[in-house]
Design a protein. Sequence first.
Length: 322
Amino acid sequence: MEWDELKARVLAGGPARIEGPPFDQYLAVSVAGPGAGGEGSVFFSAGNRRVRIPVGNEGDLVLEHLGEGNVVLRVGGETIVGRLEPIALHCPRQAYITVSGGCIYHCRYCRVPALGGRRKSVEEIREMVDLVRDRIDAISITSGVVNDPEEEEEHVISVIRALKPFSVPIGVSIYPVSGTPDRLLAEGVAEVKFNVEAATDEIFHTMCPGLDRQEIFRVLARSVKLFGRNRVYSNVIIGLGETDREMEECIRELAAMGVIPVVRPLNPAGELDAWPRPSAERLLRLFRVHSRTLREEGLDPCSAVTMCSACTGCDLVPGRDA
């Protein structure tokens, strides 16, 4: 089985049961993103390829831990030998930090508002990064919105200023307002990710009431002018009710702007916890569309130095997974 097919089956398969000796040193627990509020996850690697696997007893995947991070992954009738990767903060080789673990918005697929997480102070975040400074190549910052987007951005900028002395690239993904990319560039941020979330305006308004998708597109266009191609990203979730054609049109629209779409499988959570995961077959079909579109537009996720496309754990990433 080719790696992209195997990874699609893992991403579609849900949690894995882990057998064997304790693996706590490899376990990552998320307060934002696809794994927020779950039992945690591990990062399985084979060669230079990686996939994040949630831990639980509900899925069909099995990881047999042989000790010292050596594992055998069983998916369907296939097995593959690999390793569990040590985590820095949230993922391997990065300090990926959620600044504010709560949010005033209520996107239907997101657990974060229900978790009621607190905001981390600037000093707390600096100390977190200092503890892993010898294990990271980048810092990535994301955040909920505790009060309003403008105030959240101000706090994030304070965090960025405190982290500059670590002298590694910093990527930022927050809910933007007018002028956000200009201010982040002025602080020396290397890459940005502003998420359009859904393939169509109609689905976005249903899933993310109170947010402005067209403003996000305007901010993305401004970001490409400022940061350049291959430095601007945007999540688009597969499995919110869109058709393949609608997803393809969204991928093409973003890529034509110079934005690299991060095409992410739905992790059923929040109000959508009973929704099905997209099938492996659909993930592969759209991965091929995604890969072809980026080639046509001259965009390359392999150049990413921060955030999701540098990690590759949660998504099929063109150029890295095939």
